[in-house]
Design a protein around this ligand. Structure first.
Ligand code: ACO
Length: 373
């Protein structure tokens, strides 16, 4: 049955946006390799790349787009209301950010799109500050997006290496073929609902641990493992009890997820300036090696390798994000892909409406309903 297979192997869209080669471990974003993008590009550059051709009014140069995205951060911030902190600090951050995003108006124009791309960064920083009992900070429109996100979170300007590391993260996760959240966004966009609706569908799909919710649990596992010497014992116990090891395995990749190395590289560059806890990094590397060995032994029929979430956890922890906010930070990057896919779907696609096969009882077999009088 196709649904038991999770639609594996089904082609549901033609896209110019990204190609995921699961056999070779290669990710191409609109003609550029992940390696190139992860090392040299800012988030604004990737937004320009993904949006090209989908908006008539897209600024033609990076400086103008940076200004427009800064203005969009301000617009998103201005929608916060005085009592938001007391209500939203009690929700899991991903639910609080989703609630705030739901206030943004629908539309299909560039301003709507940029506001949606800007908003997860603004709202994640605000929500995380509210949880600490401090006020949200207004954006600084003049700063690059990643730098401003860290400033809004911590209340101080990050180092150049920290800003670059967050840029690497955001661009590394900007788009990735027809993953669950992007597919959800495209389905909603195909109805003509508008970009905000598509983004809400995307963030809802991202929340689950099988998609974007894994990096927090990666750190929980590292905490429980405690020491490199305990890694094998702990991880073996987890697999024996039927748990999935968070940060490993992928529907498409049968080799190492190239994004894991892009993020490990960013982590190494950050460690050069002392912003990474060296003992934590060593523990993570030991746990990764032990996990890969165990998965090879216990699940020999399935190639299970390190995925993007493993080093996401380490990198975002080093940048001072609380683990409960990791999925929100993922959304702050992936939202650029959701919006581009939504526009592509509207430009080229029809309403997405597959069929199902009815396997329930025939009317003559159904019997009385539970609610029969
Ligand atoms: N640990 C242990 N076993 C695993 C793992 C894992 N991380 N991943 C897959 N398996 C096992 C499954 O238990 C299953 O074995 P079984 O049939 O004996 O129960 C088999 O491998 C199925 O493998 P796949 O078909 O490759 O898995 P699927 O495509 O259904 O799921 C997924 C992919 C959800 C990512 C899975 O590997 C997983 O749960 N990983 C852990 C969570 C995680 O890291 N999520 C983030 C993914 S990256 C992203 O979405 C951004």
């Amino acid at each position: 049955m196709i649904e038991e297979n999770g639609l594996e192997g089904v082609v549901a869209a033609h896209t110019v946006l990204s190609e995921v080669d699961g056999a070779e471990g290669r990710l191409v974003i609109r003609g550029h390799t992940l390696d190139e993008i992860a090392q040299h590009w800012r988030f604004e550059d990737v937004v320009a790349l993904l949006f090209k051709g989908f908006f008539d009014t897209l600024p033609g140069n990076a400086a103008a787009l940076r200004t427009a995205l800064g203005r969009a951060r301000r617009e998103a911030f201005e929608r916060l209301q005085p009592n938001d902190d007391s209500v939203l600090r009690r929700l899991p951050p991903i639910e609080a950010v989703r609630a705030l995003l739901a206030r943004l108006p629908d539309g299909d124009d560039l301003q709507t799109a940029l506001r949606l791309v800007a908003a997860p960064a603004v709202y994640t920083a605000a929500v995380m500050r509210w949880r600490l009992g401090v006020q949200a900070l207004a954006p600084d429109e003049t700063l690059p997006h990643a730098v401003d996100m860290l400033r809004m979170l911590h209340g101080r300007t990050p180092t150049a290496a920290q800003g670059a590391a967050l840029d690497t993260y955001l661009v590394t996760v900007c788009d990735h073929g027809l993953n669950a959240s992007t597919f959800a966004a495209r389905v909603v966009a195909s109805t003509g609902a508008g970009l905000a609706s598509a983004v809400l569908a995307g963030i809802s799909a991202l929340k689950g641990p099988l998609h974007g919710g894994a990096p927090g649990p990666v750190l929980d596992a590292l905490d429980a493992i405690g020491t490199a010497a305990n890694a094998r014992h702990w991880l073996e116990g987890a697999v024996a009890s039927g748990q999935r090891l968070m940060g490993f395995g992928h529907r498409i990749y049968r080799v190492r997820d190239p994004r894991a190395d892009a993020l490990k590289g960013a982590l190494q560059r950050l460690s050069a300036e002392g912003s990474v806890n060296a003992a934590r990094f060593e523990l993570a590397e030991a746990a990764e090696q032990a996990a890969l060995a165990i998965l090879r032994e216990k699940k020999p029929d399935r190639a299970l390798e390190t995925n993007v979430e493993f080093y996401t956890a380490l990198l975002l922890e080093a940048l001072g994000f609380g683990r409960e906010s990791f999925t929100c930070v993922f959304a702050a990057g992936r939202v650029s892909g959701w919006v581009a896919h939504a526009r592509e779907q509207v430009h080229k696609g029809r309403l997405i409406r597959p069929q199902s096969v009815y396997v329930g009882p025939a009317p003559e077999e159904a019997g009385e309903t539970a609610l029969a009088h």
